[in-house]
Design a protein around this ligand. Structure first.
Ligand SMILES: O=C(O)Cc1cc(O)ccc1O
Ligand SMILES: [Fe+2]
Length: 783
């Protein structure tokens, strides 16, 4: 790497500090030599940074070399620290504070309980699976296999896109399984709500009772012939097996295919007579072996010998409104032809994709292609309105030598990327669903996802009110992402909608009700300072958040008796409860210095670059709780609202940087400009102090593709925010163990490449930057 590059890079990293005053960290780490360059580089600094990244095969390595350049930098932690030692400071634990990056799994099942009877497969998957973990879907535990559930309700036929969410196939053939009760606990902890079982073991069924988990149960092949002939057998099967929990099913034998229709019909009729047909959906999963010509997807058709059996079943399913289930295993396709199939295409990673010329569609992953192949086959057979759902998918984590791609890393990547793909709810190229996540384009809620919210009807005073600590604490709860909150305080009530923030000063009793059902949001609790509006400095009198837009409650009190009213009190970091027989909101008049208030973020008047360069996002501070050190805050609450981007000759997305404050970011609605993929409303990222970060590869490439002279761009329908603090947040074990943790976050930077032209380089490799007055030589380099 040319030495001058290194210096420039170091300088560019110092840019952000430059905008703040006198920091301890800055004095500690900034090499003197970088100072004059700050003035020189300005908007180019970002490009220099990228040049260095491109020299290295991966971002962690690139960042690692940055870190080694800056030996005196206090390296804290980094995303994906597990993957590379370069991401760890000596002596740090293997799992340092990680940058988590956001996926909250929406519970998208319809609110009514729906059981699906999976009757049978027409055939097994086409290729034998070598290791037990893949060969038998009922094999030990359940983590390799995901089941998908669509959002759509059982009901009238309509054209549906595959958007689903996932669940787990709970296989039970192993001798070391945990007891079913533990499995239920585990699934709940993992926030997995959809489970498919393969057997009718009553201990399992009992354990699931009252768990709230959605169950799919199956009727075994051994019963199919019987049930297909005798409807009363179907009836007693349903009646006897404790609210249709039925045994396993596997048709490996073609002759059973003929029995399938009869069995489906009889089960459906039995359900109908028991008035369960509206609650319980009947279907049957199919392997992709029922198709021929699945490449390109639009050419896919059913195998003729299979169609003989399929047609009556499909007729029946379209009559009763059942979807078509397939078991989609890109792994199986890949391992059958690893020389010709790009593993990145199978694993949802960046790849050239395939072009379906007949349909004029582009596929960047095989999973979508398999679903669309099923849609094409159904259309060709005359069932164009039938919805396709995925009953099984997964990736082998281990396999025989000839099983290409069966590794833990690939299995993890597949499942992780699959989940990301699902979160987008975007359908497939053939059946796109232009609906993105939980919010409509205008930021309004699309549907209630049923996440557990704050507990109503208990009053929570904020901490330190009883701790005797003279400093103040404030809460910023409910930067509400979903559904409104009704907050009762001793000063009155506040109704807080998505997109609003609320501030509750220390010591206030409050209770939060959820009149619209479950809600979710972000909460920051601080100790030591109050939030106030930032000094406007040269902005002058008007701009950012205006005092007039902060709303306080009108007085309200409640004199009712409330036997057993529970007060939850936070004291010294613990939660304590006390019971009383009256409402705590019996305050008829009050006088004091503090009051709860709320603010609608859409009222914010943002400032932004109007010519060149990317400003410090602190320019859009809504509220700040300063520290005693100028320039670094106990907590700045900064937003990234809808706005125009107009800067010229400037890389407009956030620059690549390290920050001596820690950045916790969340997304309230829309898309965050620096994260093309994976950052969803309700998600969060944490870039701890000095952790390098910046736009993901996709954002970078898209920005570079537009070129230097891009036109003004309007960012609409977005609201991201940042809690920025000089304190280093500690990630609690709950978050670290969360299934929502994005352990592969660092991958969003993999593939960053140089867009420098070699024309900019002099013979000795140093950069010859037009307009600079000085190029530092080797001996001025900092250690
Ligand atoms: O890291 C982030 O995405 C937040 C951020 C945004 C920006 O525009 C500039 C700096 C910064 O830290
Ligand atoms: Fe940042």
């Amino acid at each position: 790497m040319p030495s001058s590059l290194r210096r420039l890079l170091v300088t560019s990293l110092a840019l952000k500090w430059e905008s703040k005053e006198e920091r301890d960290a800055e004095r500690l780490v900034r090499p003197k030599e970088s100072i004059p360059l700050v003035g020189l580089l300005r908007s180019r600094s970002l490009s220099f940074c990228l040049a260095l990244l491109s020299i290295h095969p991966s971002i962690p390595a690139a960042f690692g070399s940055l870190l080694s350049l800056r030996r005196r930098i206090l390296v804290r932690a980094a995303a994906g620290g597990q993957e590379s030692d370069l991401w760890r400071a000596p002596g740090q634990s293997k799992h340092p504070i990680v940058a988590t990056h956001g996926v909250l799994l929406p519970n998208v099942c319809s609110s009514h309980r729906r059981l699906l009877l999976v009757l049978a497969r027409l055939r097994r998957p086409p290729l034998p699976l070598a290791k037990k973990s893949m060969r038998d879907p009922r094999s030990p535990l359940f983590f390799w296999c995901l089941v998908f559930f669509s959002l759509s309700h059982h009901g009238p036929l309509k054209v549906e896109a595959f958007t689903g969410t996932y669940g787990i196939n709970y296989g039970r053939i192993a001798d070391n399984l945990p007891p079913p009760e533990s499995v239920v606990t585990l699934l709940k902890l993992a926030k997995i709500r959809n489970v498919r079982i393969y057997d009718a073991d009553h201990s399992v069924l009992n354990a699931f009772k009252g768990s709230g988990l959605e169950l799919i149960v199956a009727i075994g092949n051994q019963y199919l012939k019987d049930i297909s002939v005798y409807e009363d057998h179907a009836m007693s099967c349903i009646k006897e097996n404790v609210k249709p929990f039925l045994p396993d099913t596997h048709i490996t034998d073609e002759e059973l295919a003929g029995a399938l229709l009869g069995a489906v019909e009889n089960v459906y009729n039995a359900l109908n007579r028991l008035k369960l047909a509206n609650d319980i959906e009947v279907s049957t999963p199919h392997s992709v072996a029922v198709f021929v010509n699945s490449f390109p997807p639009s050419s896919c058709t059913f195998r003729e010998d299979v169609l003989v059996y399929m047609r009556p079943i499909l007729d029946f399913f379209s009559r009763i409104g059942s979807p078509f289930y397939i078991n989609a295993y890109p792994f199986l396709a890949y391992k059958s032809d690893p020389d010709h199939i790009d593993i990145n295409y199978a694993l949802f990673r960046s790849n050239a994709g395939i072009h379906d010329a007949k349909a004029g569609l582009h596929y960047d992953n095989m999973f979508d292609a398999q679903i669309d192949a099923a849609y094409a086959a159904l259309e060709a057979a005359g069932y164009g309105k039938m919805e396709v759902r995925v009953s099984e998918t997964g990736w082998a984590s281990d396999g025989d030598e000839n099983e290409a791609g069966a590794t833990v890393q690939n299995a993890r990547t597949y499942n992780f990327n699959l989940r990301k793909r699902l979160f987008k709810k975007k359908g497939t190229p053939r059946r796109p669903k232009m609906h993105y996540g939980l919010f409509k384009a205008d930021g309004s809620i699309s549907y209630n996802i049923g996440l557990a919210g704050l507990k109503p009807s208990s009053a929570y005073p904020s901490l330190s009110s009883l701790t005797g600590i003279p400093t103040q604490s404030c809460l910023v709860p409910s930067i509400t992402v979903l559904a409104w909150l009704s907050i009762t305080t001793e000063c009155g009530k506040l109704v807080v909608s998505p997109g609003e923030i609320v501030i509750l000063p220390q010591g206030f009793r409050f209770s939060i009700d959820l009149p619209d059902g479950p809600s979710r949001g972000y909460v920051a609790e601080i100790f030591g300072e109050h939030f106030h509006l930032p000094d406007l400095g040269p902005i002058g009198a008007n701009g950012l958040a205006a005092a007039r837009d902060f709303l306080v409650p009108t007085a309200w009190f409640e004199q009712a008796s409330h036997p057993g009213y529970t007060i939850v009190q936070k004291f010294g970091g613990g939660l304590f409860t006390a019971k009383q027989d009256f409402s705590p909101f019996n305050v008829v008049a009050w006088h004091g210095n503090y009051v709860p208030f709320k603010y609608d973020l859409s009222k914010f008047c943002p400032f932004n670059t109007v010519l060149i360069d990317h400003g410090d996002p602190s320019i859009n501070t809504v509220l700040t709780a300063p520290s005693d050190k100028p320039g670094v805050a106990l907590l700045d609450f900064v937003i990234f609202p809808p706005r125009w981007l107009v800067a010229e000759h400037t890389f407009r997305p956030p620059y690549y940087h390290r920050n001596c404050m820690s950045e916790f970011m969340g997304l309230i609605y829309g898309i965050y400009e620096a994260k093309a993929d994976g950052f969803l409303p309700g998600g969060a990222s944490l870039h701890s102090c000095m952790t390098p970060h910046g736009p993901d590869t996709k954002t970078y490439e898209a920005t570079i593709a537009v070129g230097e002279n891009s036109e003004p761009v309007r960012l609409r329908g977005t609201m991201a925010f940042m809690f920025e603090s000089y304190l280093i947040p500690r990630v609690c074990p709950w978050a670290l163990d969360s299934p929502c943790l994005d352990a592969n976050y660092y991958q969003c930077w993999i593939g960053l490449r140089s867009h420098f032209s070699s024309d900019n380089r002099s013979e000795n490799g140093s950069l010859d930057v037009p307009g600079t007055t000085q190029v530092l030589s080797e001996d001025t380099e900092s250690a």
